[in-house]
Design a protein around this ligand. Structure first.
Ligand code: DGT
Ligand code: CA
Length: 570
């Protein structure tokens, strides 16, 4: 699949155009196209073969031509030429969170910075202060950005890893020699990022499986190739480790390779106290070496007196004690979700009409969906003027008469610099559901940014705070918000806090969501959808919720339509 490569090139083009001070709509067109190609469920080459490139949202004739050129020649001439106009170091510096094209160019031109490492060196020698004058904060931010980048190096977004694992698993399943084929490791635990993908296969002819695995079309490099173990790097630059075991060891091997390591260590301690030992082949009595479990995971947990522990909880954070006492949470599941709370239509920066949104959500079995386009100050995202919003209210009320799903009208109102919302109360009160969110001032001091969010929650029309920390995984750090204060206010004002299911956001994260549950705060899981495929991201939000020990009752949009409406009319 060349999807990821093409998306990266389009993003690079946008970056370079930004340095050159190009028209911002042209820049945005490349970014939207990149996002849509990345979100595509299908191989872009297959789409090209069917001559359907123009059906991809955001792809016009010009971009379709560039995609075709890349598929056929492995290069895009426009991009190759464009690259000559900016130096490598500028592009490299722009990967640092918080370093935009202007700063990158300034650093390279004035300080002759050659790379990120060189920048770090020059910063430690006190050399960047000079060019920014007294802006010590700016230098500090750059250094933090570098550390952040180094810290997240090599980890892959869960959504990307899931896509790669599906492709690999479906091909392995087609092998006659393979019986069970499943993902293990941090991917099965649904961590927000993974280092590598672990796949477990049962087979009586392991060599045939590892041979086929190392020859898959996705494979770019074979790191190791043995009779029962192999490791490869895919074209998408993710490492995939394969383990093949005999069928009777499936449960024990799955538990072992699912981890986490610290969960497994605790399990082994539990076993030891019972005169048992656990390894990747099974559970054995120490004295007689007799195998008493290992075929499936349920049997393994039962053998050491534990209730079955879902993979998302296996982090050694109290799940073993809870399983021992029969106090594990009844985790929320995808099927509990009754509606989506955060969706952008083509009225602002989304790609779908109201009816297309309704149809997609009906297919997912939802009872309701809230349309939450951007508010007026967010011009770059097509924020709606009041007049347009009022027209949409009318449109939606009318549409509802012929729909089998309830469309609700809301907004994602920008929280302005002083904590006021981007629409007056007279507008907000006409809406079914009001989301408030920060989209500016990410570098503000803790008390300022926290104060803005708190003030927004004091507005009686605000139902939910979206992506409350603003982080973008691997790209942008969370702003310095005091979540304990936010939680306190949320409790007091009965405000829902969002778990944004967008794969790069996923905030609130698992740890904070678990804290929110402890404090009795209601959470909402919402996709922030802009294009048709993004409704499916709900699964990643649900995974955060499961990792946070959430049950159905902790999540607002598990309520059926009637109860939901009652609850939001607070
Ligand atoms: P990551 O870093 O996102 O790949 O995280 P994991 O949890 O997938 O870690 P990985 O790939 O190193 O190992 C996969 C699983 O294999 C891990 O969750 C538990 C198991 N495992 C790996 N090494 C050890 C070990 O030394 N001891 C034990 N008990 N288990 C291990
Ligand atoms: Ca792994």
């Amino acid at each position: 699949m060349k999807n990821a490569e093409i998306a990266e090139i389009f993003n690079d083009i946008a970056d370079i155009l930004e340095i050159e001070g190009e028209n911002r709509f042209r820049i945005r067109a490349y970014r939207i196209a990149a996002q849509n190609i990345e979100d595509l469920n299908e191989d872009v080459e297959a789409v090209l073969r069917k001559e359907k490139l123009l059906d991809i949202p955001g792809i016009g004739k010009d971009l379709a031509g560039k995609i075709e050129e890349y598929v056929k020649r492995g290069k895009i001439k426009f991009y190759e030429d464009l690259k000559k106009s900016v130096s490598r170091p500028v592009l490299e510096l722009m990967t640092i969170p918080g370093v935009g094209p202007k700063t990158a160019k300034l650093l390279c031109d004035r300080l002759k910075v050659k790379s990120i490492n060189d920048l770090k060196k020059k910063a430690s020698q006190g050399k960047i202060g000079n060019i920014f004058g007294v802006k010590e904060k700016k230098v500090e931010n750059i250094l933090r950005g570098i550390d952040f980048l180094k810290g997240s190096e090599g980890r892959t977004l869960l959504s990307h890893a899931v896509r790669v694992s599906f492709e690999v698993i479906s091909q392995l399943k087609a092998l006659a020699a393979a019986k069970k084929v499943v993902a293990a490791g941090s991917l099965r635990r649904m961590k927000e990022t993974v280092q590598d993908i672990d796949i477990l296969v049962t087979s009586n002819a392991p060599r045939r499986v590892t041979d086929a695995f190392t020859k898959l079309p996705e494979v770019k490099e074979v790191l190791a190739h043995g009779p029962t173990k192999s490791s490869v790097i895919t074209r998408d630059a993710i490492q995939v480790d394969l383990r093949v075991v005999e069928p009777p060891s499936f449960g024990a091997a799955l538990c072992y390779f699912t981890g986490s390591k610290s969960h497994n260590i605790s399990l082994r301690k539990m076993a030891k106290r019972r005169g048992l030992k656990i390894n990747e082949y099974g559970v054995f009595r120490v004295k007689t070496n007799k195998k008493i479990a290992g075929l499936d995971e349920e049997g393994l947990y039962k053998a050491i007196d534990l209730a079955y522990i879902p993979p998302e909880l296996r982090e050694d954070k109290g799940e073993i004690e809870a399983a021992l006492r029969g106090k594990l949470p009844a985790l929320i599941e995808s099927k509990d979700i009754k509606g989506d709370l955060h969706v952008h239509s083509d009225a602002s920066d989304g790609a779908l009409s109201f009816e297309e949104i309704a149809r997609a959500c009906l297919k997912l079995g939802y009872e309701y969906v809230v349309i939450t386009d951007h508010s007026k100050s967010l011009k770059i995202a097509g924020g709606l003027e009041q007049k347009a919003l009022f027209e949409n209210i009318k449109k939606i009320r009318k549409l509802n008469k012929k729909l089998k799903i309830r469309l609700l009208i809301g907004t994602e109102a920008d929280i302005l610099g002083d904590g006021r919302l981007d629409y007056p109360d007279s507008v907000l009160k006409e809406l079914d559901f009001v989301i408030a969110a920060v989209h500016s001032g990410f570098k503000q001091p803790k008390d300022v940014i926290t104060g803005r969010v708190i003030k927004a929650m004091d507005n009686k029309y605000v139902n939910m705070i979206a992506h409350p920390t603003g982080r973008l995984i691997g790209k942008r750090e969370a702003y310095e918000i005091d979540m304990e204060k936010v939680f306190k206010k949320a409790k007091e004002t009965n405000t829902t806090i969002e778990i944004n299911a967008y794969p790069e956001r996923l905030d609130l994260d698992d740890t904070s969501s678990r804290r929110a549950k402890e404090l009795g705060i209601m959470l909402g899981i919402a996709t922030d959808t802009h294009t048709i495929n993004q409704f499916h991201n709900m699964i990643f939000g649900v995974s955060v919720a499961r990792r946070a020990w959430l049950e159905k009752k902790n999540v607002l949009n598990t309520l059926d339509l009637e109860r939901f409406l009652k609850r939001i009319r607070k």
